[in-house]
Design a protein. Sequence first.
Lengths: 92, 812
Amino acid sequence: MDYTDDLGKLKIIKNGVETECDILFTFTCEELGKNYIGYTDGTISKNGRKNIYVNSYDPILGFKQLEDVKTKAEMDMIQDVLKQIDQDEGGI
Amino acid sequence: MDNKLINLLDPNIDTSKLSEEEFKNSYHAMMRQFDKENDEASMVQLNAIQDEYKRSKIADKKNENISQFSENLENEDIYLYDDKKNIIKENGIPRPRYRKADESIKEYEEFLSDFYEKIFPRLQERKQTDIKTGDYGKNNKLGISGPVLGEENNLGIPGPVLGEENNLGIPGPVLGEENNLGIPGPVLGEDNTQRIPGPVIGDDNRLGLPGPTKNLNEKNYRTLEEILQEINEGLEIKASDDRKYKAAQLSIARQFKEELSSGEFLYNISRLVPALLSISIVAARKLLSTPKLKTTKERLQTLQERISNLSNEDMEVVRKELVLGKANEKGLQGAVLTMLNERVQAMANEEVSNINSQISNDFREAFEAFGVIGVINERLRDENTTKEEKEKLEKVKQKYYNGKAELIERIRNNQQKGAEILSGGAEGFSQDIKAAQTKMNLVGKIRAKRSVWDDELGAQEAEYSKKEKEAIQKGNDEDALNTFIAWEQLKSQSTNIEQGFFGKYSKGSRYYTPLINRLDYRDDPLVKDVLTTVAVVSAAIGTYNAVKTHKYDDQQLLDQEQKRATSVNEQNEAVMEQVHKTGKEITRKRKDFNEGMQENAYSDTLNFGNLRERADLNDHKWRIGDPNYEQADALSHDATHQLFDSTKQQFEDIASRQAAKEITAQQAIKEIANVSSKNNQILQEQLKDTLPNFESYAQNHPLLDMEGYNRAIENIISNPEAILKMNEGMVEVTKLGKSLKGLSPVEMEVLKSIPSDMYTTLASTASAALLATKVSQTTQTNYKQGKYGNELTKMVEESYQNQAATTQTKSK
């Protein structure tokens, strides 16, 4: 795992409003040939949790199009990534 | 056939004078009668008479043998052994005859014993020594059991090895001083090129034959801990390594890591497909001190290589010692357990496959012999067959009987051995691994069939098993073969094998399976089909829940309505009247909701109960079990995913349009209800076709209890109206809800009594429809491809049918 002070930002249109988001993490899935990006707009949902959004993108096409996470296996992988990040002893 | 029956219990009848056929026919007829009448005392008496009869027949043979010697004495040369074990000739001294082709080793030894005692008293002492050592001289080339017979012996009967010249490698005791092996077995010395299986003989053995397993405490066996260290060292295998997809090249924002690790923040992972305006990603700086690990793929590959390279002795240790307790104690990760289990199962599968091949071959030989003997018996009964022809036919018949006792004993031993390999050894290992990986005791799900004990069948089986065992012990080929066939046919027929939907599976109180099968219900092809579908359905429910959470929220809908109501603030009697009326409608329809939800609760229980199964099995790609299934499974996965994707797509499309405000929430609900109801109709039709077959299979399969599945599906289709009404009612309610403008918050409480989990129930209905569709389609396909049942059950069934047909023809 590589840690950095600032991974960057992205601007999206969410609910018709221009929103700036912080990029939280990125990773690659070799089996699917996709890259993933996790980011947050800092909003809190009704259950009191911070919203993190995750999209995939084609590493060749780049960020021209962010795609939805479609399968349960991908969702499981993302959950795993968060666990790995949480359990890793580096980065602090 | 001689139909004359004789009362064997009549003391005036000398049964020793009866022919074997006469005795046998009468015996069977009387035994059946006593059995019907439950006359145990007579059965015992009859069996005693049978034993006596058999002894008399053996005695007759002995007498015959001795009289044969008397005939030959004058014409043949006689041999005697001197103290140095050289053969010398001496006239006038009788010698024992050779072992006859139809004589068992035990009978021949009894004959020899009599011979020496009666004819050669002065050789008694030497006989004792000779028979013990089996040393019969150097010059015999044939390796015949019993005393060495000299160079002229050309009978080629299997027996002990006889010396240096012997190059036939026939099983028998080792002979001769030059042999440095010194144990009974087919070791033959340097000239042996036959490589006959036998026990391991020692360091000097050049034949490399398999031998007795070594004690695990001997020094060339490593400890389990040594082995585990070797395979795990330096790889840092983690739980996530076992997943299908693995993340790599992970870059993380430090602040996020700090927040996450602090435990003060919780997160929702939400799905969003936004329009992207701009992005600027900063390349992550690498930490200097962390050594770079190999990618997950490389680590797992290394692990796989290490496990593949473990010796057979190491795998013995793993198999014997890595039980559930130790697997948990060592904290072994799923990937390690899976790969170890794969190797264990592969070894067990190979052993059992070899055993099953042997069993198949022996079965074939037994049934073919029985078939030929049946034809010969027909010819023998034919009045047109001449005496000479009958004599020849008897000889041929005898040839087909020869060795069958030994063959049947081998079948039974192999069946036992194979079952032990699977049920105790490899299966036990597999179960422990499964339990360790899933934290569930899956062993409890494998249940033997429970049925009321069938006394008549039980008594018949007891009789056959006893008779078969006695026949094998006495080396009685004819009795062994006949009893074996009769018993196998009994098992086959008592299980009522029919040309049913599921091929040759049992529908009775016995489960006929001559070949060794795994006991894991998940390896059963039908169960796999059901579980695959159910598990996909479980995944569907999870996804739909996610869709519901992130795209829909009933509470939001109600809140919106509430806001609208309070902002308008219209309260008048007409509205109140409408509220009360609506409230009653909702309450009435609530019953339908509840019933519908109950049916879906069954689906949910069914599905969620298997979710973990599916996670386990899917992650391991069905590695435990018949590899041929994996291909079929892959294909049905594709088909199932298409169905799943298509339905899911419809739901998501509806949800997206509603989220983008192209349709209202009520319209969305109606569309979802339509999809659901359409699927419900499919469900009803499919289950009507599937359930009867599924039911009979579930009831009669001895190795698993499908009652839960059966009940769940039954409930779904026994209340078809409930689900439909629920869907309709829900649409009605929201329609009604929309019309309730200007309601006060208090009146809105009525609406809040609607079950909120509408979408999950709808998804369940769709999922249940997928389940039924898939089970029906897959089982039909597999049935046509003959995936249920096996070749031996067909063979026995055909044998029975042929016999039955022959009997019917004869009786006409």
